[in-house]
Structures are given as structure tokens and as C-alpha cells.
Design a protein around this ligand. Sequence first.
Ligand code: AMP
Length: 310
Amino acid sequence: MSTAPRLLVVGSVAIDWIITPRAERPEAVGGSATFFSVAASQLAPVRLVGVVGHDFPQATIADLRARGVDMDGLEIVPDGLTFRWKGRYHDNMNARDTLETQLNVFANFDPKLPASYRDSEYLFLANIQPDLQLQVLEQVARPRLVGLDTMNLWIDIAKPSLLKVLGRVDALLINEEEAMQLTGEHNLVKAARGIQRIGPKSVVVKRGEYGALLFHGEDVFSAPALPLEEVVDPTGAGDVFAGGFMGWIARCDSPHGDDLRTAMIYGSTLASFCVQGFSYDGLAELDASRIRARFDAFARLTDFRRAELR
Ligand code: AMP
């Protein structure tokens, strides 16, 4: 029997149309589960649950498989079209507008886990309609840690379902503005504490180029983002962060305090590669030595001497 940690993700597998101030990519492979899997597979084997139509590139499915992503849970609807999302970034690349969302095959998605996935120990409910997240959660027998991501759209149109699934997760990864929108708090600490009261004992607040904060019980940890001179495309950085975070937890099979802090740095490390290319191009050529070198760059970025005040 394999002793590899069992990490499962459900989320969108998409074709994006990305417009940045400097370039445009009309047929970019995207989706929360795609970005998550590419990142997490650098650290631990991943199982993916999602749905695509006949227009999704076979070469990408083969590429994900080659990266160690188990694609048995990807449903291909022969007469359907893949989920499509179109977004445009503002000049500073920190903000973006959604121009178009086409649910397509997601409109009738009824996730059924392959029997072999039910023993997954680590589960990530990536950004997707919250009822679908709950449906997947209910099919996993005894997860050791459940993480969840969401977005403003679901807070707007499916809040009761979102609160229901949140009551059953251990870690919420969420953008700063969404944390405030969800709780009605304008102070980040109060927002995080409010979310902890809903259910998740760990809350990761993602702040784009300003890094991410982890609230775990009473503990608070701050991870920076790597200062980069050029950001090509931030799409998927949040999902890649989640992939690094969950991938590390699954790899060391420990969802506890100090390992969560290290997981934050793996999330930040992988996200820094993601933003350097369109789609998952920035992660395509990664290997252990490049990841290690950048992990060390994060250590240097925050290392300081503890000087006593005498
Ligand atoms: P991020 O930049 O981390 O927020 O993730 C961007 C990815 O989320 C894109 O590749 C989109 O395809 C995907 N996405 C956008 N809107 C949705 C949605 N409503 N449900 C699921 N995935 C979405």
C-alpha cells in the first residue's frame, strides 16, 4: 500500500482570456484547480476533481498527468464547453475586473468522486460554487485537514451555502477585500477573528503583492511576497499559493503550527513564480533546486538579528 499523502482538489478547470496593460492572452489555460494542482504537485501527489468540455486541450490534460496529477476525477463532457473567464488588469496589476464568466459545463456539474479518492486525507475546496464544494466534502471519508477558497461572486450570490460549508472546514484562504466583505468588518484582524468564529480555526488572508497573513488559533504569522520588478500575469497566484500551502502540509503530513508557517512560505514561493508568466508558464520549468533557491530568498528577505535593547 502506498504511504504517499493523499491530497485532493476540486475546483474550476478553465480557459481564460487575460488582458494586462502590456499584453493579451485569449486562450490561456486557467482555473482554480488547474493552478492549485500544478503548484501542489511540486510537493506532493495530487488528485483532481473537475469538469471540462470538448474544447479543453488534450495536451494540457497530458501535461498535468505528466506532472503527477491524478486526472481520473476530471469529467470530460463531449457535447459541452469548458468554463470560460475573461479578466482585465488595471495598470498597477493589483486590481482586475471580471469582463465575462461563462459557466458552461459547470452549470450541470454533479461531482462524483472515484471510489479510490474517498480516502483522501487532505482536501482543498478551490474556488467554485459552494454547494459543489460541500458535495465533494461529503464524499471524503475522514479528511485530516480541509482547506477552502472562495470569491466575491459566491459571497454575493450564495452566502448561505458558503457559510454552511465554512462551518466544516479547517482553513480558509481568502483575499483581504473578500474577508471584509464576508464579515462586514473593515479591520483585517477583526475580519479574521470573525471568520474563525464561523468555523475555520486557520485563516489565511491573501494580500497580493503585500504578502499573506496566517491567523491560526491565537497565533499570527506574516509571509511577505517577493518584491519583483516585473509581473506578467497575476492570474492564479492565489490558487498557486494554496497549492504550495496545502502541498507542504500534505508532504509533511502535519497540519500543525510551525508546519503551517513553513507552508505559508511554500505558498509564497510558488506564487512568486506564477506571476512571472501567463497561465502556468511560470511554473512549467520548476524543479526542486529552483524552488529551494527561491525559498531561501524568502528566508533572507525576512531574516534579521535579534538585538537586545540594553
Ligand atoms: P485567482 O487569480 O487566484 O483568483 O484565480 C483565477 C482563476 O480563477 C482563473 O483561472 C479563472 O478561470 C478562475 N475563476 C474565475 N472566476 C471563477 C468562478 N466564478 N468560479 C471558479 N473559478 C473561477
